[in-house]
Design a protein around this ligand. Structure first.
Ligand SMILES: [Zn+2]
Length: 195
């Protein structure tokens, strides 16, 4: 004898299409009333509705991104053509937008480049690294000279160099002034440091 839960699940699977069709029909029948109801809620409790939308947006973010990714992969050339057309339809705005995006994603871009270089150098371990988290962990202090570093412009130095089997991972990365990092590199030729 199946338990109620299993039965319920089987019923749902067997009748899924029918149920969805019923829901669709119900919604279509009551569309006007529903719009009216929503309008009323927006009028009476704007904050609650905003909150609801924000939460739904956050909840479905992953799913939306996955759908977008799938569509892009399914038609890569079409997607590229569309992006190109959009870019050239307003070049100035596009350049400004990409400048803003580069600025916003500055740390991420640096991190991504560092991962690529670490792979090229055959690092033993390559992990995605949160640069600002390491900066915070180190108290923003350069591990070479022990003076404060600039959060907008700092290097992460591989304590055990990649070429000696060091890992590209938080535990092997320490904040360094660009200058200290380069000087260290100069003093220790043949040893890889930082990025
Ligand atoms: Zn320093």
């Amino acid at each position: 004898m199946k338990d109620a839960k299993t039965q319920g699940r089987e019923w749902y699977v067997a009748n899924r299409e029918r149920k969805l069709a019923y829901q669709r029909a119900y919604r279509a029948r009551n569309l006007a009333a529903r719009i009216e109801y929503d309008r009323g809620r927006w009028r009476d409790d704007r904050e609650a509705m905003r909150k609801r939308d924000r939460e739904r947006h956050a909840r479905t973010k992953e799913r939306r991104n996955a759908l977008r990714r799938a569509a892009r992969v399914a038609d890569l050339d079409g997607w590229r053509a569309k992006k190109r057309a959009a870019y050239w339809s307003d070049v100035d705005a596009s350049r400004e937008a990409s400048r803003r995006s580069r600025k916003r994603n500055h740390q991420k871009i640096i991190g991504r480049n560092a991962i690529r270089r670490a792979r090229e150098k055959g690092a033993s371990v390559v992990e995605r690294v949160d640069r600002l988290a390491i900066f915070e962990r180190d108290g923003g202090v350069c591990h070479i000279c022990r003076l404060p570093a600039d959060p907008a412009k700092f290097h992460l130095d591989h304590r055990l160099p990649l070429v000696r089997g060091g890992a590209h991972a938080a535990f092997n990365l320490f904040v360094a002034h660009p200058r200290c990092n380069i000087v260290k590199k100069d003093r220790l030729p043949r040893v890889e440091v930082g990025h």
